[in-house]
Design a binder for this molecule. Structure first.
Ligand code: THU
Length: 144
């Protein structure tokens, strides 16, 4: 993937982060998911007074795309920090285990890229297989 697209996705993740609904953790996460058709889907975390229904930013983005019939993806950029931390500061926000498994359902672990960013200059790119080694996926349920 071109560096320009990586930076574009990071900028989109920061835009998505603005919608984070985080009255409990005050930790704002934004994700931008690039589909193979070129479309970009935004996601933010959406918390709940009952806590467990909370949805992470990454899953929000994946579910938005899948609910519109889009199931093939190239990459996702993720940014996250505590409320009030200025853009470009803070740390990387690695996707939780549940979100990694949701990515695994629709994304090829060998090629799907997860971009963890603090800013458009400071970021790291991982393959899904690096973040979720020896994973269980749709093929494992097929009769061999
Ligand atoms: N969160 C995400 O949205 N994505 C992650 O990858 C890690 C955690 C959210 C869930 C919750 O709203 C807040 O961050 C604190 O855990």
């Amino acid at each position: 993937m071109e560096r320009d697209m990586e930076k574009r996705l990071i900028a989109e993740a920061f835009a998505a982060q603005k919608a984070a609904y985080v009255p409990y953790s005050h930790f704002c996460v934004g994700a931008a998911l690039l589909a193979k058709n070129g479309k970009i889907y935004h996601g933010c975390n959406i918390e709940n007074a009952s806590y467990t229904p909370t949805n992470c930013a990454e899953r929000t983005a994946v579910f938005k795309a899948v609910s519109e019939g889009v199931r093939e993806f190239e990459a996702i950029a993720v940014v996250g920090n505590k409320e009030g931390v200025p853009r470009g500061e803070g740390d990387f926000c690695p996707p939780c285990g549940v979100c990694r498994q949701v990515m695994r359902e629709f994304c090829d672990p060998e090629t799907f890229r997860v971009i963890l960013a603090v800013s458009e200059e400071k970021y790291r790119v991982f393959l899904l297989k690096e973040l979720l080694p020896m994973s269980f996926g749709p093929e494992d349920l097929r009769v061999k």
